[in-house]
Design a binder for this molecule. Sequence first.
Ligand code: ATP
Length: 274
Amino acid sequence: MPIPPTVVSLGLAGGQGKSTVALMLGRYLGRLGIPVLFVDCDPQSSLTSFLGVQVQPDTPTLLEVLTQPEEKTKILDAIASVPDVKLGDRTINNTNLFLIPSDDGLESANYKLASSGLSLFILRNRLQPIVSNFGVAIVDPPPERSHLAQTSLGAGDRWVIPAESNVKGVQSLLRTMELIKEFKTALPYGELLGVVPFRARWTGRHPTNATKTSIDTIRQLVGSELMLPHILESDVFKNAINQRVAPTDLGQPNLEYAIHVLAQRLKPALPEEY
Ligand code: ATP
């Protein structure tokens, strides 16, 4: 039986939408009944807090998973359930969502990964034996070229690159594509699903000039086939993240169109039952 895919949301700059895309893709797939394992590989631990998971002092996190031998830290012991959320008089059910959490202590994993000489494959090797318990794994890496970024890249067989719809986003995309190019021959199983222009600004029926120019540049860089729909700049997204739900739960499924299309691209890689 083919093993479930591991998606990595990549981007070599802060604020590009990595955590948002990882989070919303996982929530979207979870709503479809697909068990999702999130992996928070960023010491800023945005994903852990966006999912409302509290790291417990006596429970292993991704740090122990990456730095301790398997006999000492069982990866299954590091997996937390994502709590359900109360939204008015409704309960948003998160029974399909799971997370290997992190906190800022994860930063120290960089030294251990560097000295191992095997950064690229350590996370993949730890995830492979357990990913079949889920329908998909989704990794959120840090925004800089660290060993944690390398181990995230190597863990993925499907990559998605969110890039802000501005000059900084285009630069981040270029750096991210360079990173992929550098390691591609060592990662023959890796495939780029597409690029999501993030925080696109629209006034009325038209994009702003800066948004239009950057989206056109992104299209020229990656080609039309790899272009995914943009995510609009919107307070609804921010509110949804703060309330630990998705725009769909706030009555705005249209704002998740990019996530819907991304999920469709991922579909052939999902286990048959989904
Ligand atoms: P970092 O690497 O620094 O953690 P990131 O690439 O993971 O950043 P996110 O955390 O996903 O980026 O997003 C950056 C910020 O944008 C977050 O504060 C989030 O609340 C906000 N945000 C998410 N979606 C939208 C949106 N559609 N419109 C406006 N702001 C948004």
